[in-house]
Design a protein around this ligand. Structure first.
Ligand SMILES: [Fe+2]
Ligand SMILES: [Fe+2]
Length: 392
């Protein structure tokens, strides 16, 4: 194909009418159904007082569901554990979305260098604006809840930048956090000047969104099937609106990482290497699973202090000894909750594998999710036993 000036062009999207059309459709639908106003309105009208006596998520999406703590909790404590799941879950989502905003922008920089990629960049602008709305809604609710229940932060944190650990409770230390920051900064720089890497970011984003979809689909169902939607608790409504927005984001990740990438010239060995490092990093981030919170791949030993505070708060009123004994049973023994969390981890692995089937430059270790798949229920338990002995 030649342009008006008879220049040879490469990497045009228009040449692939089908891909262009898919992108256009996804972007237009997202714009038409944009939930920004509804989310802002919901967050603004949230008062914990008015919905503190009801569930916000299906029962199994409660903090420490299916553990000895859950089994002995009173009806009102169970409701609070259900709210705390919401708070903890979306505090993790805030962190992931802070990073997403940055990489949407650096990737857009790497993509708008191409002749007719404006559509993709406009779509990413909309998605970034939506992420800011999501963050603000999650933050408003979570902070109000923690302020009412504890008078201090437990799972929430003040607003922060994109270069920290994306996993709020990770197996990390000062050195690892510093190294992570350097890697994120490098990837930002590289992707902003490299179309292939910019495009490949969406493979990682797609995988991460798949993880979100597994749980958020169920959280959103609570509102969808609520007998009286107008009276449904606001956090459930927020879960639903958020899930709707994220479905479009997932579609765009898929189109970018499966189709648009094929419109570019083949990646160099270096580009393939960096892309695979990104996927490997994602596997490492998603290696663990948590008995406390099904569907978020937190490193439980990092979570002990937060759970300890919850148990010693007025809600459970446990003494130091009681709290530690309860934690020992919850974290180091087999339970229904642990089985469910492990099962979600396995489901995630299976869905990531399917997603990567179409990514032909992925290493076998990434395509088969070898790092993630190496974890297991028995490994979880032996790790917890060691870590908990130190904590005690
Ligand atoms: Fe979001
Ligand atoms: Fe998103």
């Amino acid at each position: 194909m030649k342009t008006l000036f008879n220049e040879p062009t490469t990497n045009t999207l228009r040449e692939s009418e089908k891909v262009y059309r898919k992108l256009q459709l996804n972007y237009q639908r997202n714009k038409q159904q944009d939930r920004t106003e509804m989310l802002d309105e919901a967050a603004q009208s949230f008062h914990y007082e008015t919905c503190k006596n009801e569930y916000w998520n299906p029962e199994e999406f409660s903090l420490l569901y299916g553990t000895p703590l859950w089994d002995q909790a009173s009806a009102s404590q169970k409701i609070i554990l259900n709210h705390l799941y919401w708070v903890a879950y979306y505090s993790q989502i805030i962190s992931a979305e802070i990073a997403t905003i940055l990489f949407n922008q650096t990737s857009a920089a790497g993509l708008y260098a191409q002749e007719d990629f404006r559509l993709i960049c406009d779509m990413l602008d909309l998605e970034s604006a939506q992420e800011r709305t999501h963050i603000s809604a999650f933050k408003t609710v979570s902070e109000q809840v923690e302020s009412a229940l504890f008078g201090k932060r437990i799972f929430t944190y003040p607003m922060r930048g994109p270069y920290g650990e994306t996993m709020v409770y990770a197996d990390t230390n000062v050195l690892k956090t510093w190294w992570k920051k350097l890697q994120l900064q490098c990837f930002g720089l590289l992707s902003s000047g490299n179309t292939f890497l910019a495009c490949q970011y969406f493979t990682v984003r797609g995988v991460r969104t798949l993880n979100g979809k597994l749980v958020q689909h169920k959280l959103s169902g609570y509102y969808q099937t609520h007998p009286e939607k107008e009276k449904a608790p606001i956090p459930a409504k927020i879960s639903y609106y958020h899930f709707m927005d994220e479905s479009f984001h997932f579609n765009s990740s898929t189109i970018l990482s499966h189709d648009v990438v094929k419109c570019l010239k083949n990646p160099t060995a270096f580009e393939q290497f960096v892309a695979n490092l990104g996927l490997r990093g994602c596997q490492k981030d998603h290696y663990h699973f948590s008995v406390a919170i099904n569907g978020i791949f937190w490193y439980d030993p990092a979570l002990y202090p937060a759970i300890y505070q919850v148990l010693c708060s007025e809600i459970f009123g446990m003494s130091d000894r009681e709290a530690k004994e309860m934690m020992r049973r919850c974290f180091t023994e087999e339970s229904l909750g642990l089985h469910r969390s492990c099962q979600t981890h396995e489901e995630a692995i299976a869905s990531y594998k399917v997603y990567l089937e179409k990514v032909d430059y992925a290493w076998k270790s990434n395509r088969e999710m070898e790092i993630m798949a190496a974890n297991s229920l028995s490994k979880y338990l032996s790790l917890q036993k060691q870590a908990f002995a130190k904590f005690e």
